[in-house]
Design a protein around this ligand. Sequence first.
Ligand code: IVH
Length: 678
Amino acid sequence: MGAVSYRRRHAELCKEIKRHNHLYYVLDSPEVSDAEYDQLFRELLSLEAEFPELVSSASPSQQVGAQPAAKFASVEHAVPMLSLKNARNADEFLEFDKSIRENFLASNAELEYACEMKLDGVAVELVYENGILTKSSTRGDGYLGEDITENIKTISELPHKLIHPCPRIVDVRGEVYFNLIDFQKLNRSQEELGGKTFANPRNAAAGSLRQLDSKATASRPLRIFCYGVGRISTELEISSQIEVLRHFKDWGLPVNLDETVCARGANEVLEAYDNFLNRRDSLPFEIDGMVVKVNQIALQSELGTVSRSPRWAIAMKFPPKQGETCVEAISLQVGRTGAITPVAHLKPVVLSGVTVSRASLHNWDEIERLDLRVGDRVIVERAGDVIPDVVKVLTEKRSGQESPVSLPLRCPECHASVQKAENEVVPRCTNTHCPAQTIERIKHFVSRDAMDIDGLGEKQLDQLIQLGKIVDIADLYELNKNDLFALDRMGETLAAKLLDAIEASKAPPLSRLIYALGIRHVGRNTAKLLAKRFNSLEELSSCDKTDLTAIHEIGDKVADSIIDFFGNPEKILLMTRLAALGVEPKPEAQVLREGPLKGKTVVVTGSLKSFSRNQAEDLIEQLGGRSSGSVSKKTDYVLAGENAGSKLEKARSLDIPVLDEAAFLALTEETNNHEGSR
Ligand code: IVH
């Protein structure tokens, strides 16, 4: 390479890597896979090894992560938080081992290593002073991190106070992560709420931890494993990494000690690696490699650090869960709300033990971004346990025979016209009687979390629709034995069982019916909130937008969708029919207790001396009432603390009775006394 071109390439690499750092660390939204990133980084390192004059403090090779985002206060790490060098294969690890033994050990003895699982999450620092958690930050650029103290405190397994005896000061380092199950749940509920879904558990952890409102973090089941120390006061003599973990455990910190292997010599390290790699897919969380640390602290100190990483540790990364395959077809799926989504059908490929034959393409923007065509060779990657993503199209492998897919003008199932709202990425089939939509709607209606009607699978529903026995949800309740006998393999017993299941579904908890109706953006959680707030479907269907947005978790988009649904004549007819056929939901199980606020809607405003806002709202519920966030003519009382503002004014203008804190306290005491005497 000529002098100009290697300089140019170096500048390009620096710029590109910095851009990816920003996408990954600050925006939690990487564009390339870890493997692609590593490739760029290696190219940078090898270029700098060949031309050392290129190395400067501005090169990403000399930096860690990315600068903290401006939205968080920054925190300086007392001891910099470094990064790790990677070993891609056994040879690279053996080289690392050999170089330490040759350069730092008097005899050529075997080294002792702590082999730990490398969790794929977010690195954090926790400062404990006199045993109390006082500060927590992200790694940031290694020197300055982002202050996430309040967010970290919402992780339930993390002690705010260490068990004594513990050091006067200790900076604990660890990895915040998501269990795979929780990650999938989060994505499902994000989808329901129309929120952003996460590409993998790491992004979910980073996104959840870096919320501005710690309440939002608290709703995410984050976890943490602690694995290292920054600063530590020296009352304690700790001689090895394994001892660090044991102390952590004694102080009450979560550690992955049982999975940490103390290996004697390089061979045992390689065995541990194979073992972790084999178990990778059966662990509850995602690991992307193994971290190997020289166990003896004294030797660690002697080895020290070079630029951005310690010389005493190395990460042995696992091969990415990626593979190359071919897109054989792209089919269009019509969902229950008419959304038409593309799905890639792949030539089956095995990714870390799992055969993959379909990949989700999310939406049309994604197809455009990737420039994906039928017949393309692609790289697919399995992130967590989710359906794999197409991460890259190998355009250089095109033969010219590939065919692009275009936005459909007609529904692939019923040929009705398709509409794409301006602010949406999905086109929708406009025909509500589209058989594909109908079957999806009914499938959803009978599903376990909805009406839970067992025995009606896709095949049976398909047949019933084909035979004209059901056209919409309500028809389920008009099925008789003869209708069912028309189905394949349907005998007397099975038919009777199915009819019983249908009959039994007529009195569901209200939230199930709300969820079952398939209102856009209303998932299980929202349905529960609605059932808590409204006592019946009639009440819900006659509410207005302010009643809905007064529910804390419900925003404009969800509220609009609910209003739309209940204003749609077809849906009104559906609900009338369901009621006429005997479907009668029960109010939710947490039936309001008898109490002085029974049936009353109360709005809390201003600051109260004896309770937090949440406590006051809980109490209102305990007293039989409901709390709401905004004042309307349906509000029965306003509980006003100090410095109450516009809500109090509105209450006065609407002549709504105002309770002060003393009156509210009296109410609660009255109820307590009453309960106490029983
Ligand atoms: S030790 C000096 N141990 O891997 C660096 N790191 O670049 C000390 N990680 O973002 C890191 N599991 O957050 C260490 N058991 C473990 C780890 C671990 C995950 C992450 C760490 C950092 C990256 C290393």
